[in-house]
Design a protein around this ligand. Sequence first.
Ligand SMILES: [Zn+2]
Length: 262
Amino acid sequence: MDENDWVDELVTNYAKGARDEFLARWKVWPIDLQNPGPSEVTIGLLHRQYILAVNIVGNPGTWSIDIAPILLRSMVEVYIWLSWILVAPVERSMKFIDDGLGKEKLVIKHRTDEIEAMGLNPEDDWMLNVSKAWIEDHRYSFLIDVNLSGSWSGLDMRKMAEEADCRDFYRFTYPSFSSTVHSTWNHVGKVDLIPCQNPLHGGHRVPREEAIPLSVDFPLLAAKYLDKTFALLDKQLNLSIDVESTFERLFVEREEEASNEA
Ligand SMILES: [Zn+2]
């Protein structure tokens, strides 16, 4: 299979394979109807991970250092959060939910202020109505505190990764992806700018005019992170899954073929 056929194969078939893998897990997901929080949080985060992977792999326009790290950092975050939550699912899922509800309450407050300032009636705003209905759908919404201190877990990512035994995964990915997310100088200076070619100008930096080339390393990472997340959940939740890994089929086997040919 040449490179173009393979890219077509990824764009066309990855999503279907990933969907089968996701649904196979959902079918056997452990749910406690008395306390559904932990299963909602874990399957919700797994769904998020699956959607991110499918959108990266299926959209070659995202396969550049300008864009892919923004999405990949979200995937790293989801993986570390799941790892950390699964150490004490009941208590930590609750923290995650409470924090999210508090954040949504704040969103509602700011949106209400904005609508009133425009001289409109907040009760007519569909976004506000969706947010309010979602909050009221939680049985304990009267308990919600608004947490202004930042992290829902009370820990930063590095600390969470350490506690969840994925320090290296964190260290090898998160700081470099963060530079793209936040457009810090070690992204902008390296990616958006290039050295001026005029020998009389002393090597100052000028904007890059050519588009950054796409790289299949990015869909590979996205598929790998989803695969890693499936493996984490299979292990921690004791799931036995009989669906082949799309990552293995579309990426690992291809690399093996390529190295055999070489
Ligand atoms: Zn110059």
